[in-house]
Design a protein around this ligand. Structure first.
Ligand code: ATP
Ligand code: MG
Length: 557
């Protein structure tokens, strides 16, 4: 990344510095981002990505990408591919360190055998329901399984036969042998291997037993030489097992990974759970994982959010140990700030009203100079001719007092062009305004005698003859939340039915012809827009990224 590496102070960085001061991790800092390839990444994952890659970068260390693919029934290579595309797009690189937990299945099996030999794991024949019943509760200790005291030899034999495929799914598991009376439920002989006769997207039919997350994760970290295993808060109560496992397998406390938890990102008006996002896709509430209303990285990309805006947002929110809900307008604020600086300005009319400049020759066409961007400069020409479109809402027949746009007998400046005066309002049989007849002060354009003449309002416009037709898609929040920003349990019932509005008769100036999907514009006075991939040379499609109004900056200045 071109930008300077900076880091908002945070407790994880403090812990890393503490470790370094104490002489730990002399080989350097090594983090990882460990997605399960069972869905598309979302904005919450972006926080974790920025944090893990950011910590590594800041400490001149490394960050691995590791697919946590230990649950073959839900995983797919489609997700593996999309995850890599999204991380790259966000601006991060894992170099040649792309790994899969499934790469370690042989090693993990050996570690399990070592535990058995140490008397620290046993094969249990209890069913899943029985294991749950024996587990006890937060207030009651658990009960030991009748199979808990099998001999090492018997356990080794049974585990080998589990691997060989002799037993049906669910008939046996391998459990850690720790303490059924532990106040921490995870420490009550947690299950570390299960039988599942299913094909894995990478290892095929080689395995019919698969390691559980709690077993595979710490060991994958240790195998890769991870120093700081950063994860979300729900894993806090799993940390004692993480440490127990590494202790039991004799990993050196000075070099082995340390688990640190932080609060996951929650956003108002947004669901950040892969399960819920999958439901939206599979039940057809959205067009796909990359629907511009989705909080997936691919959805945000299609919506026109930029990697820099998302990274800045993650920097702004920081990391904490306590759960909270971030206002989604803060993310929009970062998008607006980036596009304000980097998007070129153009003129587009979403709800057209025809205007005829009666004193402008019918066959004349002028190309007027217009500036592209207040920060980066640049110019283009926009064509002017006798018949134009303006926005319907920029004309009012009976306006309130402080209405500075066009009204009967009133004047307004057309951006980059002339001052015009409304002389006549043309209506259809129902009394709707269908056309305005105006005259232009032909000396009032740049360089003209009355160029400096001031009128109160300036409006945007496009010339009919040269304008390009466009489809414009306007988005609102997918989900309505309560006043505290909480998404209700039944989020499907809270779906906003008006989250998509399609305008299929908008007009836009011809300078945007043949621009590629992903190009951003500010439509003057309207908002920020991006060219959608549905665009073809004959059919322009734009997504509204964000409006111009910044509710976040307003509240927080
Ligand atoms: P989900 O709850 O959406 O299914 P997950 O945690 O199961 O997410 P993983 O693929 O396991 O999904 O996540 C990869 C990493 O991203 C994990 O380290 C996880 O803690 C982190 N992560 C997931 N959701 C968030 C979030 N909302 N905020 C911050 N980090 C997150
Ligand atoms: Mg997970």
């Amino acid at each position: 990344m071109a930008e300077k590496i900076t880091m908002t102070p945070n407790f994880i960085q403090n812990m890393i510095e503490e470790d370094l001061k104490n002489g730990k991790y002399t080989e350097g800092i090594h983090t990882r981002f460990p997605p399960e390839p069972n869905g598309y990444l979302h904005i919450g994952h972006a926080k974790s990505i920025c944090l893990n890659f950011g910590l590594a970068e800041y400490n001149h260390g490394l960050c691995n990408l590791r697919f946590d693919d230990t649950n073959p029934t839900k995983e797919d290579t489609e997700y593996v591919d999309s995850i890599q595309e999204d991380i790259r797009w966000l601006g991060f690189s894992w170099g040649n360190r792309k790994f899969y937990a499934s790469d370690y299945f042989d090693k993990l099996y050996d570690f399990a055998v070592t535990l058995i030999k140490k008397g620290l794991a046993y094969v249990d024949d209890l069913s899943a329901e029985e294991i749950k019943a024996y587990r006890g509760t937060l207030t009651e200790p658990g009960k030991e399984s009748p199979y808990r005291n099998r001999s090492v030899e018997e356990n080794l034999d049974l585990f080998a036969r589990m691997k060989a495929g002799e037993f049906a799914d669910g008939t046996k598991v391998l459990r850690a042998k720790i303490d059924m009376a532990s106040p921490n439920l995870v420490m009550r002989d947690t299950v570390i291997y299960r039988i599942a006769h299913v094909k894995h997207h990478r290892t095929g039919d080689k395995w019919c037993i698969y390691p559980m997350y709690d077993f595979a994760h710490p060991l994958s970290d240790a195998i890769e030489g991870i120093t700081h295993s950063v994860c979300t808060l729900e894993f806090e109560e799993h940390r004692p097992f993480y440490d127990w496992l590494l202790d039991s397998l004799d990993f050196d406390p000075n070099t082995r990974p340390r688990q640190i938890e932080f609060a996951r990102l929650n956003l108002t008006n947004t669901v950040t759970s892969k399960r819920k996002l999958r439901q939206l896709v599979e039940e057809g509430y959205v067009r796909g994982w990359d629907d511009p209303r989705m909080p997936t990285i691919s959805g945000l990309r299609r919506r026109g959010y930029t990697p820099a805006a998302i990274r800045n947002f993650c920097k702004e929110i920081g990391v904490a140990k306590a759960d909270s809900i971030v206002d989604v307008s803060m993310l929009e604020h970062e998008v607006r700030a980036d596009l304000n600086e980097n998007a070129d300005r153009v003129m587009a009319v979403l709800h057209p009203l025809k205007v005829v400049i009666t004193n402008y020759p019918e066959d004349k066409e002028e190309w007027l100079l217009a500036d592209n961007n207040p920060v980066h400069g640049g110019h283009r020409f926009v064509p002017f001719s006798r018949t134009l479109y303006i926005e319907q809402e920029d004309f009012m027949e009976e306006p309130p007092k402080k209405y500075f746009r066009l009204k009967p007998g009133g004047e307004v400046r057309l951006k980059h062009a002339y001052i015009i005066k409304c002389e006549e309002v043309v209506k259809d049989a129902e009394g709707n305004v269908v056309e305005l007849h105006c005259t232009a002060d032909l000396d009032s354009k740049t360089g003209g005698k009355t160029a400096g003449r001031k009128v109160k309002g300036t409006i945007h416009w496009v010339a009919e003859k040269t304008a390009l037709p466009a489809e414009v898609r306007l988005y609102d929040y997918l989900i309505e939340t309560d006043e505290n920003g909480n998404v209700p349990k039944d989020f499907i019932a809270a779906l906003n039915k008006d989250s998509l509005e399609v305008i299929d008769n908008a007009w836009i100036e011809p300078s945007v012809k043949l621009t590629a999907a992903g190009t951003h514009y500010q439509f003057l006075r309207v908002g920020y827009f991006v060219v959608d991939p549905d665009t073809t040379p004959d059919h322009l499609v734009f997504n509204r990224v964000v409006g111009l109004r910044d509710s976040w900056a307003k509240v927080n200045k």
